[in-house]
Design a protein around this ligand. Structure first.
Ligand code: C2E
Ligand code: MG
Ligand code: MG
Ligand code: MG
Length: 282
């Protein structure tokens, strides 16, 4: 089928595209149902202090287990959730769940951790974001200093709005991070405008430290730049002892990756924390 769109512009709709559209509709329907049917779970991945080796934070990562389709990775549904706006209820749910779980660990007597929650650009643009976050902290009783919001460079579309929203969150005492640092196309000047606390070096740099000397140089340089701006640095995707050593030598503050643990369910995370706690007091 050919559809005319103005004088010289033709769009071709092929059966392939119809298939893609119906696949997308199916996925969207699945997302709605998934919310109703409680198919989403939160997994937690430790964030480790590079010097002491201790877990000082965790990142909440969403998982979707569909009864027929099986496990669907976030990369396959978060973009559609953003597009359809479903990221709003999903994001509110995971924020609540992550804060609740963090408070629960504190109530159980574990040393307090910072809980990192990914905030998509669509969520960040919501005018009631600050209110939602503030309500969630109140409802769960979590102290704002133990919440870390991970924002990506894509939120910088409107930098005035971004700065004022970040300032509000910051003034509540919440920790702010830039996720996937170095992969966006934004200018560095936002680093002096944004009231952020840390940068997360993207896994694409970390994983190539020993295969690409330019990536090693970038990681090293990002850390120095961040420190000169009074920002902490966390490296994501750390898988080997050698990568960790490089990061230690480069004075990176924190690390996260399979070397320490894959993302795990809350119960397994408790076990990791218990083991660490036992070691500390032995
Ligand atoms: P991200 O926030 O950059 O999260 C890090 C991703 O790297 C996670 O993938 C994590 O499982 C993976 N990872 C961690 N360490 C390693 C490692 O050592 N090696 C390798 N190969 N991978 C590692 P995941 O869970 O599949 O999430 C992918 C992306 O989906 C996230 O990237 C984030 O952008 C998005 N996402 C996940 N959960 C949420 C959520 O609750 N809300 C929003 N808005 N986005 C989310
Ligand atoms: Mg993240
Ligand atoms: Mg990341
Ligand atoms: Mg990443």
């Amino acid at each position: 089928r050919v559809k005319e769109q103005g004088k010289n512009n033709f769009r071709f709709y092929t059966p392939d595209m119809n298939e893609a559209v119906s696949k997308k509709m199916k996925l969207e329907f699945g997302l709605r149902k998934g919310l109703e049917r409680d198919e989403f779970k939160v997994y937690y991945q430790p964030q480790v202090d590079v010097t002491s080796g201790r877990v000082i934070g965790v990142e909440a990562l969403i998982r979707w287990q569909h009864p027929e389709w099986g496990n669907i990775p976030p990369a396959d549904f978060i973009p559609l959730a953003e597009e359809t706006g479903l990221i709003i209820p999903i994001g509110e749910w995971i924020l609540y769940e992550a804060c609740r779980q963090n408070k629960c660990w504190q109530n159980q007597g574990y040393p307090p951790l910072r809980m990192a929650v990914n905030i998509s650009s669509r969520q960040f643009q919501q005018s009631n974001l600050v209110e939602t976050v503030s309500k969630t902290l109140k409802r769960t009783g979590l102290d704002p200093q133990y919440l870390d919001l991970e924002l990506t460079e894509s939120i910088i579309q409107d930098s005035k709005y971004a700065v004022s929203t970040m300032q509000k969150l910051k003034s509540m005492g919440i920790h702010l991070s830039i996720d996937d640092f170095g992969t966006g196309y934004s200018s560095l000047s936002y680093l002096k405008l944004f009231p952020i606390d840390s940068l997360k070096i993207d896994r694409s740099f970390t994983s190539n430290i020993f295969t690409d000397s330019k990536d090693a140089a970038l990681v090293h340089t990002i850390i120095i730049m961040a420190h000169n701006l009074d920002l902490k640095v966390i490296a994501e995707g750390v898988e080997t002892q050698e990568q960790l050593r490089f990061l230690q030598e480069s004075k990176c503050n924190e690390a996260q990756g399979y070397l320490f643990s894959r993302p795990v369910i809350a119960g397994e995370m408790s076990a990791i924390l218990t083991k660490q706690y036992d070691k500390m007091y032995k």
